[in-house]
Design a protein around this ligand. Structure first.
Ligand code: KIV
Ligand code: ZN
Length: 522
């Protein structure tokens, strides 16, 4: 049996169909190009009969993508297969994927037919699709709940009709790994023509088992996994591409198979899909979550500094992330602070580690997470870092124009004790507020991420805005919390402006202290 596992990505079909708002053709093309760079073997990019928009995006992607095979979905109906074939015909290489339900509950309640009638439809659809291409995939929808004798009959008939890939979906995420592995094993044992097709699996995550089921299926002979980036998809989602790819590469010793995935593209692709689909990645998500390579416990941080593989089974670089991260919190030991200062270019003679660690613990208790710029402020501001903020929000007024579009903001800041006001226009209330604040603060701050969330539930929830901004090549983090989301946005920006101003003061102070030291003064 081949040791290559084909990665069939369905982010743009099964993933997209679960989004609150459908993606534009341009968005889909951008994701398709990222998937091609990632090295997916096949990408399923739509269901052309479902809408003219879907047809157009399948056609556009089919015309552009060269290094992955482009695939489109169709029910076991001639009109669906015609639409798929027509949309795909511009591609250099394409696959038609046709499917029908095979479980009793679907056959009886949804299709209202007998199993034999469904089998006949499946055979007819595969034969019809073969008129357009040699590369036809057939799926037995709800295979996970299909009586095994029926499943074996269906798979044998579809292969005989010309399907070259047979997909076994656990459509409702119902099976458990040894059960699903057993289904695959039984197909290999009982279907006489099974060697004429690649066996594929397509698992949903309703019980959180989609990855485990897919991996177990590979151990029983499946050689294609259908998955999506960040696991997006119907209900609880699909099997996650990044998890499967990293399991197969990190545990090649037990799995003994390979994929074509360039794992270094994983992080970038995950971020792109999350942004375009407006689906944040949970921070503790395996592989691509914000905390996946972040170490918080003091014991773990100590181990990491001694040898990375004490607490890391794969490197962040292997998924295209630059470095791992030791979170500086009250649980961090002195050596973490010393290490971080060293990484920032300071030697121990530049500061007193005892004093710094003391002040660090006090700040960490108050603030939670401490950042590099906080450490520098503790060293160089000699206690002055806790003084009153330079900028404070005094008043904020918004006028939105729902007819002409856009908004006007009037912002008053208290700047070192003096009230100053600015007015500005923007394409919405937050934009207008940020434009007005920019007129009052002199610093050139570039906002690189803006996230709006809620603290609390229902109508009483507070709006929380988290921003990351770049200033002189350094990232600063600001959080604003208020009942009004525009006010929360303003507070987050003002928080960053105060950090940036403090960083400028730190830089001046640092220069003075280091220059004095060089002269032998301190
Ligand atoms: O989950 C499923 O069964 C599907 C099929 C169309 C393959 O998405
Ligand atoms: Zn599915």
């Amino acid at each position: 049996m081949s040791d290559k596992v084909f990665i069939f990505d369905t982010t743009l079909r099964d993933g997209e169909q679960a989004l609150a708002a459908s993606l534009s053709v341009k968005d889909k093309l951008q994701i398709a190009m990222a998937l091609e760079r990632l090295g997916v073997d096949i990408m399923e990019v739509g269901f052309p009969v479902s809408s003219p928009g879907d047809f157009e995006s399948v056609q556009t992607i089919a015309r552009t993508i060269k290094n992955s095979r482009v695939c489109a979905l169709s029910r076991a109906l001639e009109k669906d297969i015609d639409a798929a074939a027509q949309a795909l015909s511009v591609a250099e290489q394409f696959r038609i994927h046709t499917f029908i339900s095979t479980s009793n509950i679907h056959v009886e309640s949804k299709l209202k037919r007998s199993f034999d009638q469904v089998l006949e439809m499946a055979v007819g659809a595969v034969k019809y699709a073969r008129r357009f291409t040699d590369d036809v995939e057939f799926s037995c929808e709800d295979a996970g709940r299909t009586p095994i004798d029926n499943l074996c009959r269906m798979v044998e008939a579809a292969i005989a009709a010309g399907a070259r890939t047979i997909n076994i979906p656990d459509t409702v995420g119902y099976t458990v790994p040894n059960e699903f592995g057993g289904i695959i094993q039984t197909l290999f044992n009982r279907v006489p023509n099974i060697d004429q097709a690649v066996i594929s699996v397509h698992c949903h995550d309703d019980l959180g088992l989609s990855v485990a089921n897919s991996i177990t299926a590979v151990q029983h002979g499946a050689r294609q996994i259908e998955c999506t980036v960040n696991g997006i998809g119907e209900r609880a989602g699909n099997c996650s591409l990044e998890e499967v790819a990293m399991i197969l590469s990190t545990r090649k010793d037990v799995m003994g198979v390979e994929t074509n995935i360039n794992t270094k593209e994983i992080y970038r692709t995950s971020q792109m899909v999350s942004q375009i689909c407006n689906m944040p990645v949970q921070s503790n998500k395996a592989i691509v979550g914000g905390n996946a390579f972040t170490h918080s416990s003091g014991i773990h941080q100590d181990g990491m500094l001694k040898a990375k593989n004490t607490y890391e089974i794969m490197t962040p670089e292997s998924i295209g992330l630059n470095r791992n991260h030791l979170n500086m919190t009250s649980r961090s030991g002195r050596h973490v602070i010393k290490h971080r200062m060293q990484e920032m270019g300071y030697s121990e003679s530049d500061y007193s580690l005892d004093q710094l660690y003391d002040s660090f613990l006090k700040l960490a208790d108050k603030k939670g997470q401490v950042f590099d710029y906080d450490l520098e402020a503790l060293v160089f501001m000699e206690g002055k870092s806790d003084r009153e903020p330079h900028y404070k929000l005094q008043q904020l007024q918004i006028q939105s124009d729902s007819i002409e579009g856009g908004a006007n903001a009037t912002v008053t800041l208290n700047i070192d004790g003096e009230a100053q006001t600015a007015k500005a226009h923007g394409n919405g209330p937050v934009d207008a507020t940020y434009n007005a604040i920019a007129e009052l603060g002199g610093e050139q701050i570039n906002i690189i991420s803006y996230q709006l969330g809620a603290k609390g539930q229902g109508q009483n929830a507070l709006g929380q805005v988290d921003i990351t901004a770049k200033y002189r090549e350094q990232n600063f983090h600001g959080v604003g919390l208020a009942t009004d989301v525009v006010e929360a946005s303003a507070e987050a920006l003002i928080y960053v402006m105060n950090l940036v101003r403090r960083a400028d003061l730190v830089a001046d102070q640092k220069q003075k202290i280091l220059a004095k030291k060089e002269l032998g003064g301190v």
